[in-house]
Design a protein around this ligand. Structure first.
Ligand SMILES: Nc1nc2c(ncn2[C@@H]2O[C@H](COP(=O)(O)OP(=O)(O)OP(=O)(O)O)[C@@H](O)[C@H]2O)c(=O)[nH]1
Ligand SMILES: [Zn+2]
Length: 396
């Protein structure tokens, strides 16, 4: 899969004109302008997507979680068979010996968790699974196949939380193999789809890049196989690709805690100051394909809020820059922003590919408006041109 978001792509559900989660500005069609992070979570079951390259340690991580005493009833779903994700497709769940739809072979575990395999993932599929089981679960973990592109999977769950789904996307955890990551990034090592990833206009964009650029947490696993210096190189490279993600290091996928690292990340309903602070530390070019770019600018006036939304639509839907002197083609994979408005509002923006959502919260009383921050993770994002276009669109 490449990251082209053109209209003929498989997840047609995410076309911006129809389904964008934009609630920016004073759109009358959106009744509930103030969404607090708590709203989303109430009575809905969070789902964490676990991705990672072939053999990175995903199954090892899930096994670890399933044998730990964490007091949660977790349903683990393995997407072992299909690599293509077709959300239009009907639920097809099969056991390993049969291609016919049949009751899912759940494996119950001692700590109250269950495990099962599905062919296709999707909101309806997972809701049906949970209904079939007829029990309440606190959490769902979905392990995707090694070649899956989370940028295609995340929007299914994210879009649906607004459509009355009983599950919501909590975050994406990506495991990487400390020993092989750099090779994977540079050569598409072991990547069957390597040829597809080669964009003739630019550097190689591998599955590993896509999995890192969309991650909220990245676990660098198999630290026992590398030296400290090698590990540091891997961490630096990851940081340059995705400046927003939290980076953990593990051996045998043994994370130091589950809460906040694998579970309950709230990566799609909160945009914290801390999230953005780290990303702002620099703009590095260690990776030629994908970088994290942070734009800081003054708090907006109420009149500029609409213009900021226009800027987002232009970069995400048209993939162009208005009013910029240079404009090379670019792609945005992930976006987060905290935008103070001088009337006391705070806009929190989340984006995946060309879908974005703006929530408004009240800035804490007495707090100064402060700087606005927009963090973009993507390919060929030209920081200066982006900033020029943003400021001109805002009339600053
Ligand atoms: N040396 C070492 N081996 C590990 C570590 N973690 C996992 N492994 C081994 O690496 C292999 C792959 O681990 P899995 O957990 O199956 O990886 P996966 O990401 O689920 O693999 P696929 O589903 O095939 O993509 C297994 O043999 C694990 O035992 C680690 O930290 N160090
Ligand atoms: Zn696995």
């Amino acid at each position: 899969m490449d990251v082209d978001t053109s209209d003929d792509e498989a997840p047609s559900l995410v076309q911006p004109e129809v389904n964008a989660k934009s609630t920016a500005g004073h759109d009358e069609e959106v009744p509930d302008l103030v969404a607090s992070s708590g709203d989303t979570a109430s009575s809905k079951v969070p789902i964490t997507i676990v991705t990672g390259y072939l053999g990175a340690g995903k199954t090892t991580l899930l096994n670890y979680i399933l044998t730990e005493q964490h007091g949660k009833k977790i349903a683990v779903i393995l997407n072992e068979f299909g690599d293509s994700i077709d959300i239009e497709k009907q639920l097809t769940v099969s056991d390993s010996n049969s291609t016919e739809a049949s009751p899912v072979p759940f494996v119950p575990l001692a700590n109250g968790c269950i495990c099962c395999s599905v062919k296709d993932v999707g909101v309806a599929a997972i809701e049906n699974l949970m209904e079939q089981r007829g029990e309440l679960f606190d959490y769902i973990l979905l392990e995707t196949t090694g070649l899956a592109d989370p940028g295609n999977i995340a929007p299914m769950f994210w879009l649906d939380d607004g459509l009355g789904s009983t599950i919501y996307l909590d975050g994406i955890v990506t495991l990487v193999d400390a020993k092989h990551l750099l090779k994977s990034l540079d050569e598409g090592y072991g990547d069957e789809n390597k040829a597809d990833k080669h964009d003739h206009q630019g550097p190689l964009l591998t599955t590993a890049h896509l999995q890192i650029s969309h991650a909220d947490v990245i676990t660098v696993n198999k630290t026992d196989l590398v030296s400290e210096a090698e590990l540091q190189n891997v961490v630096d490279r990851i940081r340059s690709i995705n400046g927003l993600a939290r980076i953990e290091t593990t051996t045998k996928s043994k994370v130091r805690q589950l809460e906040g690292i694998i579970l309950d990340l709230h990566a799609y309903d909160e945009v914290s100051d801390v999230d953005l602070k780290f990303a702002s530390k620099g703009h590095s070019h260690l990776d030629p394909s994908i970088t994290t770019t942070t734009l800081s600018f003054p708090a907006l006036s109420a009149a500029q809020v609409e213009k900021f939304d226009l800027f987002l639509r232009t970069i995400l839907w048209e993939e162009t820059l208005a009013h910029a002197t240079s404009s090379q083609p670019f792609e945005i994979h992930r976006l987060k922003a905290r935008i103070p408005v001088i009337d006391g509002r705070m806009l929190l923006v989340q984006g995946v590919r060309n879908i974005y959502e703006t929530n408004e919260v009240r800035a804490p009383v007495g707090e100064e408006a402060g700087q606005a921050k927009l963090v973009l993770i993507g390919k060929a994002v030209d920081q200066l041109a982006m900033k020029e276009s943003l400021l001109k669109t805002l009339g600053m």
